[in-house]
Design a protein around this ligand. Structure first.
Ligand code: AHR
Length: 309
């Protein structure tokens, strides 16, 4: 695997050894999910025999744009990336298209109106993850009319999972008018962010019933803040998160979380198949949705021993 964090100073000389060269720009290393996703991509590329040029954007769109331009300059066969945010990709995607390099979106979408700028988008249905989380909560309060105060820890501002999970959850709880989001703020998908924002929520609101965190890591950070405030997570405050990484599943099995909607990071094997197809000019489905499930505390206990990440 070749590293590619050179900020766009690629060379112009392509290698022609018959090996597929894949340029992959990753969001960063903000969460357990991301670490598992990176591992899946690196291991699958090695297993497929591709040369992987991997670049870590450290959460910054400008770093991703530089990496994409570097991949174009190096004339890689295929570019894949997980966009930090949804907007602002048209120019660089057009540059890739003009250079004849197919692009695959993985994990996160872009909001470009021109769908010919990329070949396919493989990843989760983030709106659905928000919907199933909200529906589970509505069910817990079925037949009750007392006010239920919800705080929300959003993912990275402007990212597809933050936008879509927020929307899906809000739509689902709209069916129960007593369920109200009283505060909602970004914790940037990190444990530290989740902890810090939850501390502020707990100071500002004495009557929090539910926390909806857009990922496990923010939920895990929030646990620390809740315990430090003398409250029992999972009992005094119902906690719903998304991802189902091992640490999140452990918290669920331990009764500290109450429900997790799964978001699978294991996109590597399918991505490598798609890379080969687009490199060979074969047709691919424009949208490939990852298979996912949900977990209650009992289901987490049963699933934990076999959890891979
Ligand atoms: O885009 C997927 C999201 O990004 C995961 O839910 C989150 O943990 C990650 O950082």
């Amino acid at each position: 695997m070749a590293a590619c964090g050179d900020g766009g100073k690629g060379t112009d000389t392509p290698k022609d050894d018959g090996k597929i060269t894949l340029g992959f720009s990753q969001v960063g290393a903000e969460s357990g999910w991301r670490t598992a996703n990176t591992k899946s991509i690196q291991e699958s590329a090695a297993a497929a025999g591709y040369e992987l040029k991997f670049s870590d954007a450290q959460g910054k769109q400008e770093n991703q744009i530089k990496a994409l331009r570097s991949f174009i300059a190096q004339k890689v066969d295929v570019i894949a990336f997980s966009p930090v945010v949804e907007s602002g990709w048209d120019t660089v995607l057009k540059e890739a298209k003009d250079a004849g390099i197919p692009v695959i979106l993985t994990d996160r979408a872009v909001d470009s109106a021109d769908k010919t700028l990329y070949k396919t988008f493989i990843g989760s249905d983030f709106v659905k993850e928000g919907v199933v989380s909200g529906e589970w909560l509505v069910k817990q309060y079925e037949g009750k009319t007392d006010p239920v105060n919800i705080v929300e820890l959003q993912g990275t501002t402007g990212s597809a999972p933050a936008n879509d999970r927020k929307k899906g959850f809000a739509d689902a709880i709209a069916k129960a008018p007593n369920l109200k989001i009283i505060a909602s703020q970004s914790g940037d998908f990190t444990r530290a962010g989740g902890k810090q924002v939850m501390e502020a929520f707990l100071k500002a609101h004495k009557d929090i019933d539910v926390l909806f965190a857009h990922n496990d890591d923010m939920g895990l950070g929030a646990l620390e803040a809740i315990e430090a405030a003398g409250k029992k997570p999972g009992t005094d405050i119902t906690i719903i998160t998304i991802d189902a990484v091992k640490d999140g599943m452990q918290a669920l099995a331990d009764g500290k979380f109450n429900f997790i909607a799964e978001c699978s990071p294991l996109l590597g094997p399918q991505l490598m198949d798609l890379v080969k197809k687009v490199k060979n000019g074969e047709a691919v489905e424009p949208r490939i949705v990852t298979n996912e499930t949900t977990f209650t505390q009992e289901q987490a206990k049963a699933a934990l021993p076999d959890r891979k990440y």
